[in-house]
Design a protein around this ligand. Sequence first.
Ligand code: RIB
Length: 302
Amino acid sequence: MQKKLLVVGSMNVDMVVKAPRIPSPGETILGGVFSRFFGGKGANQAMAAKALFADTLFSSMCGKDSIGEDYLNYLKSKGMDTSLVKRHDSLHSGVALITVDDGGENIITVAAGANLALSPSDMDNIDFSQFSHAAFQLETEIPTVMEGLKRAKEASCQTILTPAPAQKLPEEIFPLLDFIVPNQHEILLIQDGYNDAEPAAKALLDKGVKNVIITLGSKGSALFNADGRYDFGTFHTPRVDTVGAGDCFTGSFMAGLALFNGDIKKAITFATAAASIAVSKPGAQNFGTFDEVLALSGLNKQ
Ligand code: RIB
C-alpha cells in the first residue's frame, strides 16, 4: 500500500494589504484592498500536497482563540486530517502581516505565537513509519524540527526541509536531509561565507544533504546532487500574488515524489507547474486542480 505524506509546521492567518509598492523603513504609504487568507509555511505546504495527493497529514499548533478555531474548521472543511494539530492554552495563533505590491512581490512579518510551542515531544505522537515523505520548515523551533527529522529517518521516511525563515542551522541537521529547498537568498544565509548559490549548494552536499533544490522565482529552479546540476525553467502565468509560492512548490514537489515513484526531475516539473498556477491567484492556498497542474506540466499520469 502506498504510504502517506506528512507536513510538520506552522499555521498562520495572513493579513494582506495590496499596495502600489513595498514601503521603505519608517515610511507610511496608502495601500489598497485588505484580505485575510489562511497561510503559514507548514499549512501552505500541507494544503498544496493534499490538493494533489489526498493522503496528506499535517502536524501543527494553534491557540485556543477564534483564529485557531476558524483555521481548524477550514482545514476540516477541506478534508484535512487535524488529529495532529494541537491547541495551546495561552499562546495566540500565528498571524502574518503581509504587503503585496503591484508586481506580486511581498514582504512578510510573522507573529508565530503557538507555532513555536510545537515541541520535540509532539514528534513522539507521530508514527513516521506510515509516511513516505515528511516536510519541515523553520517557523517551528529547531529542536522540534531536529527531532522530527531524526524520527523520520529512523522510520525510512524521506525528509524535506525548507530553511525559511532562513537562519544558521546546526551542522548535525544536514545528514538528516534528503532534500533541502531554499531560495537564492536563503541558501546564502544558511551557508555563511558564500556569494554564489552554486558553491553554497555544493557545500551542503559535502555536509551530507542528498539533494539541494534552489528555487529561483520566475527563473525556475536548480537541482544539485551527486549526479551534478540540472536546471528547470518555469511556466509563464500572470503574476498576481507570490505569497506562498515556495510553499506550494515544496508541497507539490512532495506530492510529485509520491505520484511519480520518487522521480525527482518529474516531481520538480510537476511542482513548477503547481507553483506557476498558484502565483496567478490571490492567497497562499489557492491552488490549481490535479488535472490543471498535470496539463501545464506536460507530464503523463502514472
Ligand atoms: O511562505 C508564505 C507564508 O509565510 C505566509 O502564508 C505567511 O503566513 C508566512 O508563514
